[in-house]
Design a protein around this ligand. Structure first.
Ligand code: NAP
Length: 333
């Protein structure tokens, strides 16, 4: 038999768990479907130094664990289940997992985005131990060190430039002979003496130590033209080869950007969509509303710009408040 709930939260990263804390405290008894990557991207991080409230830093998995406990304390039902099927064509929305069918009056989507990885052996083994997908989060750990960053787009240009604030040297490794980044950002890279581009090159293997500390100390790279391989000694490997939003389960039921990120009213406002747009008529106050009424979205499944734990938590809070107010307006909370 299907289980009727007031709100289902999809995802258990910073956005989802913050939405869970707020909706639980509003007595909405949320069910949180944690998904396959329970805890989200912070589970792949070691020390988080930029989340306010932790002057000594906090381990990513510990931060998530605390958020989950906080949500549970107020009655959130967090479940290690993954939504296999979602039907948003009518209310209550139908969300199916392998264990249960939920009939939800409202839905908060916080399914996140997954940073793309190279797919080479050894890469995931050092994730959080010298391999990272977030320069903003981890750059400060590499003061006076030598690092390599892979990618050729705007993220690669922006993040390699950012890393020069800390690192002694930044190798920018790209599989082509020029960046696809916008000219102004590519020019910034070219004029930065600390960045050394390594063109026509791919990373084949991540090398590192296990004892006394597990950490990256080099990479094997290959020249794509000659096929020659060589070792580069580095202290950290940053990946900036793009992100993919986790929206597959929704099919074409929600409006998205070309890159597949969920569109919300707030994102439309930010992008300068005129105020007479139907989005603004439909959802006058709800920044996190998606194109389907009663479905709210937050965190990295919406955000292509900030992508920080604290901004994900912030939008998770906003989605919960929007959801609560929307249910209240329908006398369902
Ligand atoms: P992107 O534009 O998709 O670029 C990804 C880069 O990674 C490409 O150069 C690609 O190589 C490379 N790549 C992908 N898979 C790879 C693999 N397996 N091995 C090696 N290299 C690989 O992604 P992005 O740079 O994250 O940018 C995403 C969007 O955000 C873009 O629209 C961008 O303009 C925007 N953005 C804007 C700003 C800004 O304006 N401040 C900053 C960051 C991002 P190829 O070139 O060979 O495809």
């Amino acid at each position: 038999m299907a289980r009727r709930v007031k709100v289902v939260v999809l995802g258990s990263g910073c956005a989802g768990l913050t939405a869970a804390i707020y909706t639980a405290r509003a007595n909405l008894e949320p069910v949180v479907l944690e998904g396959r990557e329970s805890g989200g991207q912070l589970m792949w991080t070691t020390m988080v130094e930029n989340f306010p409230g932790f002057p000594e830093g906090v381990l990513g998995p510990d931060l998530i664990d605390n958020m989950r406990k906080q949500a549970q304390r107020f009655g959130a039902d967090t479940r290690f289940e993954h939504a296999d099927k979602v039907d948003l064509s009518k209310r209550p929305f139908v969300i199916e997992t392998s264990d249960e069918t939920y009939l939800a009056d409202s839905l908060i989507i916080a399914t996140g985005a997954t940073a793309k990885t190279l797919g080479i052996p050894t890469e995931m083994g050092y994730m959080g131990y010298g391999v990272t997908t977030c320069a903003t989060c981890d750059g400060a750990f590499y003061k006076d060190k030598t690092v390599a960053l892979v990618g050729g787009g705007d993220s690669a240009a922006e993040e390699s430039t950012f890393l020069t604030r800390f690192a002694r040297k930044v190798y920018l490794i790209h599989r082509r002979d020029k960046l696809r980044a916008s000219k102004i950002m590519a020019d910034r890279v070219a004029s930065n003496a600390k960045i050394e581009p390594v063109w026509n090159t791919t990373v084949e293997e991540v090398l590192g130590t296990e004892e006394p500390h597990k950490h990256v100390n080099g990479i094997m790279v290959k020249d794509v033209n000659t096929g020659e391989t060589r070792k580069m000694e580095i202290d950290g490997l940053f990946l900036a080869i793009g992100h993919a939003p986790n929206t597959k389960v929704f099919g074409d039921q929600l409006e998205t950007t070309e890159a597949g990120y969920l569109l919300t009213r707030g994102a439309m406002a930010w992008k300068g969509v005129p105020a007479d747009s139907t989005w603004f008529d439909r959802y006058p106050n709800f920044a996190t509303s998606t194109s389907v009424e009663g479905v709210f979205a937050c965190g990295d499944v919406v955000d292509t710009h900030y992508r920080q734990a604290i901004t994900a938590a912030g939008t998770g809070c906003a989605a919960a408040i929007d959801c609560e107010k929307w249910l209240e307006s329908r006398h369902e909370s």
